[in-house]
Design a protein around this ligand. Structure first.
Ligand code: ADP
Length: 259
């Protein structure tokens, strides 16, 4: 467990922060973050779980968690997270109109991040899962340098281009002394619902090979499955809506590996 850099300040009331990151966009990072948060809650109901979306340019947690509206303010002027499926959520998406173009640059993004990190009344949380933006930019660095992070989960498809970027992501976390908990290989296999034939659309074992190179664990393999996409799109993530399915079990196993 990392003790963090000297200027890092813990988020009040939050015991452990787990960031979910990816090198590339569209590999299933947010889907993993949401289902990981729900799986942590499902695996141990005594734990209080939060989900923070700092993917400021493309916040998708509100839709995936079926939440809208603006956070209320507490007496001390902190934003209260919105709650669904037993998970406390905060996202840039609650603070700006859904259709508003996100034209922030530089300082504006950083002040948004500052708000999301410091002006939320989480109460007491055992785990805060943070959905990072894709890549290795200022936001990722700023989050990593401002708060102590227990570990990073890196999501990648088995495709070479995604893996190259995942490699950079892992290196970045190592440079800022954030322990990398391991890789989640997403969309690793597609099974035809009719003939049951399995196809490795994005390649088979790419993340496993990268894990070997970087000496990291594979935290789980999530199949490419219609139910996962549909469940997210209607705001009823698979771990909540179909907890007995093989797809949900894959996320529950990842959650068990992470803690
Ligand atoms: P990212 O956060 O990396 O940009 P998302 O989590 O938004 O990626 O996922 C991109 C798209 O892929 C979404 O439409 C999502 O529902 C879908 N998706 C993610 N993982 C899976 C999966 N394992 N099976 C099917 N669809 C998936």
């Amino acid at each position: 467990m990392s003790r963090g850099l000297p200027k890092q300040k813990p988020i009040e009331g939050v015991k452990q922060v787990i960031v979910v990151a990816s090198g590339k966009g569209g590999v299933g990072k947010s889907t993993t973050a949401v289902n990981l948060a729900l799986a942590l809650a499902a695996n141990d109901s005594s734990k209080a779980i939060g989900l923070l979306d700092v993917d400021v340019y493309g916040p998708s947690i509100p839709k995936m968690m079926n939440l809208k509206g603006s956070p209320e303010l507490s007496q001390s002027n902190l934003m209260r997270p919105l709650l669904n499926y037993g998970v406390a959520c905060m996202s840039m998406g609650f603070l700006v109109e859904e259709t508003a173009p996100v034209v922030w640059r530089g300082l504006m993004v950083m002040s948004a991040i500052e708000k999301l990190l410091r002006q939320v009344d989480w109460g007491q949380l055992d785990y805060l899962v943070v959905d990072m933006p894709p890549g290795t930019g200022d936001v990722q660095l700023s989050v990593s340098q401002n708060i102590p992070i227990s570990g990073a989960v890196i999501v990648s498809t088995p495709q070479d281009i995604a893996l190259m970027d995942a490699h950079k992501g892992a290196e970045m976390f190592r440079k800022v002394h954030v322990p990398v908990l391991g890789l989640v290989q997403n969309m690793s296999v597609f099974q035809c619902p009719k003939c049951k034939h399995k196809t490795h659309i994005f390649g088979a074992d790419g993340a496993r090979k990268l894990a070997q190179i970087l000496d990291l664990d594979i935290l789980g393999d999530i199949p490419l499955h219609l139910n996962i996409r549909e469940a997210s799109d209607i705001g009823q993530p698979i771990v909540f809506s179909q907890p007995e399915s093989d797809e949900a079990r894959a996320y529950l196993r990842v959650a068990a590996e992470v803690v």
